[in-house]
Write a new protein. Structure first.
Length: 269
């Protein structure tokens, strides 16, 4: 488990302030969701946390250590893993091999480094077996056994999203960033994903940051929610608090639809 917080995070692109002085604190082993309209800065926040963008100001703290200025590979080694809106997998590699790539930060001898030497198991072979056992557990956990040896390019979109989640879990993260994990999934897959995210929180003791447009999922599994619009924090609180906030509703639908949206949120909750 890990304590994670963001303090005064800001970034501009071409003179446009994409994220403006955003702060939040995530308690250990909780699910913290960030919501807002398209273009509100949600993914930009994730990009700063994972080291893809360097903020103009602010701090990103994991167990008290400021991660600003670290490259993505070092941030991963510190214990932050991520999935993406657009799937980042190797299509011409198997599900197993894609997930094994998530073990690279824990490997001392390299990936797929060979098995025998003079009739004896080498250190690299023993290490690989250990990592494969970890991956097999994740495959069982996410019910990917039936596709474990298939090329990722042959899988339906929803399954590929699960493979990306599996690869992130293979890093054994303290903090897991999930960027639109249910995008492209059907209703049944979304229902399963909701259960898996809660199971990840409980079984893996992982702190989860979630970006998700499916409000049923957000309201159903989040411990706390941050709402932003145009890079600015609107409100933060429990699902019941956030779903009643007029500015949150207005940011999604506009002032004329506030009453209707309130009803819809009440129905969700």
């Amino acid at each position: 488990m890990a304590h994670f917080s963001v303090e005064g995070l800001s970034i501009s692109f071409g003179g446009i302030r994409a994220v403006n002085d955003v702060s939040f604190d995530v308690a250990e082993n909780t699910i913290f969701s960030i919501i807002g309209p398209n273009g509100s800065g949600k993914t930009t926040i994730f990009n700063m946390i994972s080291g893809i963008y360097k903020p103009n100001s602010g701090r990103i703290l994991l167990d008290g250590e400021n991660l600003i200025g670290f490259y993505p590979d070092k941030i991963a080694r510190k214990g932050i893993a991520r999935t993406f809106q657009n799937i980042q997998l190797f299509g011409n590699a198997s599900v197993m091999d894609n997930i094994m790539l998530g073990r690279h930060i824990h490997m001392k001898t390299g990936i797929l480094s060979g098995a025998f030497m003079l009739g004896r198991w080498t250190r690299s072979a023993k290490e690989e077996i250990k990592h494969r056992e970890t991956v097999e557990h994740i495959i069982d956990f996410l019910e990917l056994q039936s596709v474990r040896d298939q090329f990722v390019s042959n899988l339906p979109y929803g399954k590929r999203k699960l493979v990306e989640l599996a690869r992130a879990l293979a890093l054994e993260p303290k903090v897991l960033l999930l960027d639109e994990p249910s995008a492209g999934m059907n209703t049944e897959e979304k229902d399963d994903l909701r259960i898996w995210i809660k199971d990840i929180q409980e079984d893996y003791q992982v702190t989860i940051l979630l970006i998700e447009h499916d409000m049923n999922m957000v309201m159903g599994i989040s411990d706390r929610i941050l709402a932003i619009n145009q890079g600015v924090k609107i409100t933060e609180g429990t699902p019941s608090e956030v779903q009643k906030h007029p500015e949150v509703i207005a940011a999604y639908l506009g002032e004329d639809d506030i009453d209707a949206e309130r009803k819809e949120y009440r129905d969700v909750v």
